[in-house]
Design a protein around this ligand. Structure first.
Ligand SMILES: [Zn+2]
Length: 143
């Protein structure tokens, strides 16, 4: 039986889940939050790093600023794209004005920047506003 490590989006604890359990909400063993909630998650420097390193599923990180027009214009598209992926790709958002450590670590200088990670390794990045279709294709590419 295959198990996947999934970081809880509420309490950031690392769960080992069995992928065969279908059609049932998969709950965090620590806080009972739904691990397969597909909504993009707002993360801090600390939780962002945990998600990047510990998740067995690919992770997308949207580095944004509330004062950046393109970032805010992409907000709904990012959410809509995320909803189609469930527990196959984790969509994260990090406010790069508030949290600068991760942005600095990965050399993010332009906003928005979206970086894709697989098992802790950066596999792709782009620094411009993407449409929902582009975001979906990009995420699909990671599977
Ligand atoms: Zn939890």
């Amino acid at each position: 039986m295959k198990t996947l490590k999934i970081v809880c989006t509420e309490c950031n604890s690392v769960n080992s889940i069995k992928t065969e359990v279908e059609n049932e909400s998969i709950l965090c063993s620590q806080c009972q939050a739904e691990l397969d909630d597909p909504f993009p998650v707002e993360v801090s420097d600390e939780s962002c790093t945990t998600h990047i390193i510990e998740n067995d599923i690919p992770v997308l990180v949207d580095f944004y600023s509330t004062t950046c027009g393109s970032c805010m214009a992409m907000y709904d598209d990012y959410e809509d794209a995320a909803l189609a992926f469930g527990l196959t790709v984790r969509f994260l958002k990090i406010n790069a004005d508030k949290y600068q450590k991760v942005a600095k670590e990965y050399g993010v200088s332009a906003l928005p920047t979206i970086i894709a990670f697989k098992k802790g390794q950066e596999v792709n990045r782009i620094s411009r506003q993407l449409s929902q279709v582009e975001l979906s294709l990009w995420a699909e590419d990671l599977l």
